[in-house]
Design a protein around this ligand. Structure first.
Ligand code: R5P
Length: 291
């Protein structure tokens, strides 16, 4: 078995290779003078399983293109199984045509992967589980919520887990089950034209309790900042946030901390200053299930 690490791999390829005690190959990629991408994978690959590792933030478009080209370049070799490990798969939030005239971006990204005939796809907290049905290959969607909750285990008192919208309720439930505590969700309204969000007031008795918000993605931080404002009004004690994919656009982290969040943690599905929850062990478990 070999691990092939693409240029945006957040270090997971190396960690996986270390745990599995297998060789790591780095792709050589460069940009032609006109802006096109060139990818080559060189290595001794002979009738063995190959695991390609790439994430898709930052530089979603370039990262996806590199992933597609890397998978195709591996077709030069005779392989056994080809497994793609993409802990953060971009474009999954556009999983519907919310407004007339919009592209169904999530479906297009997955359809191209389907064209490449990979054997397995391993990801982490895909935005909407419904999109898993669009893959033609077998998919493993690792759930990071219990790991995120576990990070806060020793830091919280009388906690309740909240999801910032109904879409992440299952994640909150899994986090709550792992800590054996209560969970609930907030009501988020997103303006589909401006992208602005509003968290509606909700009756939850959190006075004097710690809250852990669990979400899949933090992009601008708008969701968490709105939720934090409402939870402060309701008398929350300490406020913690765990997110799987800490994209943290611009100064999102600073704004979140200024909004009164005591601590925020993310996973290493993408690189960030808060990517402290490690996914490699879970990814290796998934790989072991399929090889
Ligand atoms: C939305 O459905 C997601 O689960 C996240 O809540 C959202 O993407 C967060 O984005 P932002 O940080 O920009 O509010």
């Amino acid at each position: 078995m070999k691990i092939v690490s693409c240029s945006n791999d957040p270090g997971l390829g190396e960690l996986i290779a270390k745990i599995m005690d297998v060789d790591l190959i780095k792709t050589s990629s460069r940009i032609f003078p006109d802006g096109e991408l060139y990818v080559r994978v060189e290595g001794e690959l002979n009738e063995e399983d190959v695991i390609v590792v790439q994430t898709t933030y930052p530089n979603q478009n370039e990262s996806l293109m590199e992933l597609y080209f890397t998978i195709d370049s591996l077709r030069s070799y005779k392989l056994r199984k080809l497994i793609a490990v993409v802990p953060y798969l971009a474009y999954m939030r556009q999983d519907k045509r919310f407004l007339i005239g919009e592209a169904l971006s999530a479906n297009i990204v997955i359809s191209i992967l389907n064209m490449l005939n990979i054997d397995y796809f391993i990801t982490v907290d895909i935005h909407n589980d419904y999109c898993l049905n669009w893959f033609k290959c077998k998919v493993i969607n690792i759930h990071a919520a219990p790991l995120l909750a576990n990070y806060f285990k020793e830091r919280v008192s009388k906690p309740i887990i909240l999801s910032p919208d109904i879409g992440s309720l299952n994640r909150a439930m899994e986090a709550a089950n792992s800590l054996k505590v209560d969970y609930d969700f907030l009501i988020k309204i997103r303006d589909r034209v401006t992208g602005g969000i509003q968290i509606r007031p909700k009756e939850i008795d959190i006075s004097g309790r710690d809250v852990i918000i669990i979400d899949d993605i933090i992009s601008t931080g708008g969701t968490i900042i709105n939720a934090a404002a409402m939870l402060r009004k309701l008398g929350v004690n300490k406020l913690f946030v765990g997110c799987t994919h800490p994209l943290l656009v611009g100064n999102a982290l600073e704004k979140i901390l200024q909004a009164g969040v005591n601590e925020i943690v993310g996973s290493n599905s993408v690189r960030s200053s808060i990517s402290k929850v490690q996914l490699q062990e879970e990814i290796v478990k998934s790989i072991m299930e399929i090889i």
